[in-house]
Design a protein around this ligand. Structure first.
Ligand code: FE
Ligand code: FE
Ligand code: ZN
Length: 312
């Protein structure tokens, strides 16, 4: 019995070592985080999809109502993650999209909420929070960026353990962060730069006018403008709209205007190998598409029956 256990331990050690050496693809999707099951429910959902990471909102994305973190559920979730080789370093929280740091109307509330959210993320043991920079709603780009910088500098302190990852946006309406220059201008204003990062979103990049079929060029430009060291997360989505449409409507992998081959080239790009890739593609006929999408990504082969397979 005892030898069995130690043999198992040795095998596990080599398994982890090989995964680290090979730098296995880190892929997952958006999953739910419910009031009762919390992180444990999120991990269970992730395992159903055959993923090795995940992203979630700590409550409804469209509001700021949040429940306290359940320590026992968190501990159980962490145990389940270790058993399944999911590294918590690759797990992501998405901040609710209702907070708009570019607009001063709710400045105090936004800063307070962001601080509380950072604390919740830290309590869960997670290190990355994705945030939409905000929309200037008529104030203009310069003032919008200034407001984002001011709120972030208020929310981030020396004790902050979580990295806030600014998401690249589609440029819908007055959204900021629609190009690398705007992202750079925000980062330039941040005092504690080691607590800030970037999340690229392939649908948003396409819609804002970056041609994903030339992803190496995009990375080059990002490195020149912002710096590769800031890139922490990539959202992998196809787009319902054409290049430069400024729309932001996600499509399932391989059936949008970006296309399967272009997304595969992003996912397997050598320069972003260790960076978590997260799917935020829409449900199909009420069912999550993530198991099937992850399967075809691992096979590097588009599944012509994706819609039917998911609908079943
Ligand atoms: Fe987002
Ligand atoms: Fe996204
Ligand atoms: Zn989006």
């Amino acid at each position: 019995m005892k030898t069995n256990k130690s043999v198992f331990k040795i095998l596990r050690f080599f398994d982890i070592l090989i995964r680290v050496i090979l730098m296995e693809l880190i892929i997952g999707s958006h999953v739910s985080f419910t009031k009762d099951e919390q992180l444990l429910g999120s991990v269970r959902e992730t395992l159903k999809y055959g993923a090795n990471t995940f992203m979630f909102y700590t409550g409804a994305p469209q509001n700021t109502l949040r429940v306290p973190i359940d320590k026992q559920k968190t501990d159980e979730a962490k145990k389940l993650m270790i058993e399944n080789n999911i590294s918590i370093n690759n797990v992501i929280v998405h901040a609710p999209y209702i907070i708009n740091l570019a607009n001063l109307n709710n400045f105090d509330f936004n800063v307070r909420f962001l601080k509380e959210e950072l604390k919740r993320v830290e309590e869960l043991g997670i290190s990355k929070l994705v945030l939409h920079p905000g929309s200037h709603v008529g104030l203009g780009v310069d003032e919008g960026i200034k407001n984002i910088v001011d709120s972030l500098n208020m929310a981030i302190t020396n004790d902050t353990k979580v990295i806030i990852c600014l998401e690249t946006m589609a440029g819908k309406g007055t959204e900021l962060g629609r190009n690398f220059n705007e992202i750079k201008r925000i980062i330039d204003g941040i005092s504690l730069k080691d607590k800030i990062g970037v999340c690229m979103d392939t649908c948003h990049l396409n819609d804002s006018g970056y041609d994903i079929s030339n992803f190496d060029e995009i990375l080059k430009e990002f490195d020149k403008e912002v710096g590769m060291e800031y890139l922490k997360v990539i959202h992998i989505n196809d787009s319902k709209n054409i290049l430069g449409s400024k729309k932001d409507r996600h499509e399932n992998i391989g059936i949008g205007h970006i296309g399967f081959e272009n997304l595969i080239k992003v996912i397997y790009n050598e320069k972003i190998k260790g960076i978590p890739k997260i799917l935020e593609t829409p449900y199909i006929n009420g069912n999550p598409p993530y198991k099937e999408e992850i399967e075809m990504i691992r096979n590097k082969k588009f599944n012509q029956n994706l819609v039917d397979d998911v609908s079943k």
